[in-house]
Design a protein around this ligand. Structure first.
Ligand code: NAD
Length: 500
């Protein structure tokens, strides 16, 4: 946790002077065309802090012309520039310098994240920035350790199977972990030799722009890494449709993921990788090694980051025989969670990201009531805050059991045996993550094999490492972030056959 006191964070927030222009071709520049019409004139959009509803900056909002400038810069940097042609060890060195600068500006970046999207400052610094720095360093280290193949094809030939960077990558990301989601795409793409245009979410452009300034300071060549801010429907769409983009790496909602598949189909069939939402089941069997730990982890999982987590364990499936005990402990934990100003280092849960999202989450609380679930604790708070909320007596057909809420709202369902738990767990369009708590090794393996999810945790939740892949099955998307597997998203295999 950060050692900076609350007063000091507030003082720094008052003195905030963030970057606000796009970062294109190695330098900051304002919009050159109106987002909706493409006509001349600088265009901006406000960044509103969910902490207090104050506008903390106006950032340039890209129209199609600005996206075209950014893609053009990335295109030139890829087609003619040094980045893809550098020795991998030099790309590694540049990425390591960048990571060092992110570490230097860690508190400043944490403050920007906390202000723009409401994440508690201690988590922005201690969890998000740590993850971003770790990710940049991990892929930097990977850059110069890739080996190509030469299969044995017989005496009369030499076959080479080489990996080549695919080209220009458009990374379009959400606001909930604004820099981690960006780093998971940028770092492997750049390590592989691609060039990148990042479009952050409307809610969280400030941290991304600071990251871009640090990329330039680290010596990444102009055009290798660009950031355009703007509305999804305008700037995101322009990237999705742009013929100069070779790969879209998207994290966000399933709805927008569908748009990107259509943009690709209607333009140049660019490769589209999707990391989408979830409705992850967390199964607690009566033989869990420690029921209290299971309950505490269930509570932590759903309330962490105000429930604005793609992997949030938002469906608790608990065996009827232990449901009361587990639920009581979760409710008790909900009651002690420190909900408040994200700039207070002791805060555990901040506000929801925006008025629009707050309204959406509250509509699910109302739907829970209307559909007959029982509200055990929680509900609206002041401003954009929501109290940690728990519903029990949830039935599988209810909206709060089926739809991604993306807020601190837990739906509790009970089951009588493990087969029923697996059926309930898989009864969803999503397949991002799942967990099972049991002391029985066979049950753990059998159940995790039966769960349709990209990640299954056994007797834990949200554990991970850069070395393990992360991504979804079913409508949670496809392709994997993190690990060596992510490099496959940004590279093409080429076979060169030489007859000797
Ligand atoms: P979103 O889909 O609304 O927006 C994500 C990004 O897409 C933003 O940059 C946005 O500007 C852009 N966008 C929006 N509409 C667009 C359009 N019509 N065309 C092109 N781009 C468009 O998602 P969000 O509200 O920012 O984030 C929440 C969602 O992200 C949740 O569904 C959550 O589960 C998901 N998410 C998934 C993961 C994962 O790794 N699987 C991680 C974090 C968040």
């Amino acid at each position: 946790m950060t050692g900076v006191p609350y007063e000091e964070w507030r003082g720094r927030a008052d003195r905030l002077a963030p970057y606000t222009d796009h970062h294109i071709d190695g330098t900051f520049s304002p919009s050159t065309g109106s987002p909706s019409t493409g006509s001349p004139g600088e265009m901006t959009m406000p960044v509103v802090s969910p902490r207090d509803g104050r506008t903390i900056a106006h950032v340039a909002a890209a129209g199609a012309a600005d996206v075209d400038r950014a893609v053009g810069a990335a295109r030139r940097a890829f087609d003619d520039g040094p980045w893809p042609r550098l020795a991998p060890a030099e790309r590694k060195a540049a990425l390591l310098r960048w990571a060092d600068l992110v570490e230097r500006d860690r508190e400043e970046l944490a403050l920007l994240i906390s202000l723009e999207m409401g994440k508690p400052i201690s988590e922005a610094d201690g969890i998000e920035l740590r993850a971003v720095i770790g990710c940049l360093r991990w892929y930097a280290e990977v850059a110069d350790k890739q080996l190509d193949e030469s299969p044995q094809t017989g005496e009369g030939s030499l076959a080479l199977v080489t990996r080549e960077p695919t080209g220009v990558v458009a990374a379009v990301v959400p606001w909930n972990f604004p820099l981690t989601m960006a780093a998971w795409k940028i770092a492997p793409a750049l390590a592989a030799g691609c060039t990148v245009v990042l479009k952050p979410a409307e809610e969280s452009p400030l941290s991304a722009l600071h990251l871009a300034a640090l990329a330039a300071e680290a010596g990444l060549p102009p055009g290798a890494f660009n950031v355009v801010n703007g509305a999804g429907e305008i700037a995101g769409r322009a990237l999705g449709e742009h013929p100069g983009v070779d790969v879209v790496a998207f994290t966000g909602s399933a709805e927008v993921g569908r748009h990107f598949l259509r943009y690709a189909a209607d333009s140049n069939l660019k490769r589209v990788w999707l990391e989408l939402g979830g409705k992850s089941p967390n199964i607690i069997l009566p033989d869990a090694p420690d029921l209290d730990a299971a309950a505490d982890t269930a509570a932590w999982g759903i309330f962490f980051n105000a429930g604005e987590m793609c992997t949030a364990p938002s469906r608790l499936l608990v065996h009827r025989s232990v449901a009361d005990r587990v639920l009581e402990r979760i409710i008790a934990r909900a009651g002690t969670l420190r909900v408040g100003d994200p700039l207070d280092p002791s805060t555990e849960m901040g506000p929801l990201v925006s008025a629009r999202h707050h309204k959406r989450v509250l509509s699910y609380v109302a739907a829970g009531h209307d559909d007959g679930a029982r509200l055990r604790t929680g509900g609206p708070g002041d401003g954009l805050f929501l109290q940690p909320t728990v519903f029990d007596q949830v039935k599988p057909g209810m909206r709060i059991a089926r739809e991604e809420i993306f807020g601190p709202v837990l739906a509790v369902l009970e089951f009588d045996d493990a087969d029923e738990a697996v059926r309930l767990a898989n009864d969803t369009d999503y397949g991002l993550a799942a967990a099972v708590w049991t002391s029985d090794l066979s049950s753990a393996h059998r159940i995790s094999r039966s769960l349709k999810a990209g990640t299954v945790w056994v007797n834990c939740y949200e554990e991970g490492d850069m070395s393990v892949p992360f991504g979804g099955m079913k409508q949670s998307g496809h392709g994997r972030d993190k690990s060596l597997h992510a490099l496959g998203k940004y590279t093409d295999l080429k076979t060169t056959w030489i007859t000797l």
